[in-house]
Write a new protein. Structure first.
Length: 145
């Protein structure tokens, strides 16, 4: 366990936070559809992983309040990117699924972001690239803690 009171560990955490935030911002600018907010893109990404969810489940996964998710889902539905269907067990709820238009747009967006990141990686030497490949699963773990 890192000792965040030690100067070098605290500095490493600060450096990691700063680098992840800057890289995330740069990747967010590599959007296919500029009319979608980062939050809307995130909800579509979550739906691509879980296939379908209630607005309440999406709110929990996205760490937003249910009324906010209701508004986001309504915006995505108006743009033709999600559809609301009756819940198979609870008539009071709806299930959100992505449309084919959303699938195509997300695939295109991922390709664009991956190409951008691949271009950045070309600037690394072999040792740096090897370290980054090794760090990827650790960063993935951090993202899901």
């Amino acid at each position: 366990m890192p000792d965040l009171k030690r100067g070098d560990d605290a500095a490493a955490v600060n450096s990691l936070r700063s680098a992840v935030m800057r890289l995330s911002r740069r990747l967010k600018h590599q959007r296919v559809d500029e009319s979608l907010s980062p939050t809307e893109m995130s909800v579509l990404g979550t739906l691509s992983l879980c296939r379908s969810a209630t607005p309440g489940e999406l709110a929990r996964r996205e760490h937003v309040q249910p009324p906010s998710m209701t508004r986001i889902v309504a915006l995505l539905e108006a743009k033709g990117l999600v559809r609301l269907e009756p819940h198979p067990e609870d008539r009071r709820q709806k299930v959100v699924t992505q449309t084919e238009q959303a699938v195509v747009m997300l695939d295109e967006s991922r390709r664009k972001r991956n190409a951008f990141l691949a271009t950045l990686v070309e600037g690394l030497d072999e040792d740096e690239w090897a370290k980054l490949r090794e760090a990827a699963p650790v960063l993935e773990k951090l993202a899901h803690l």
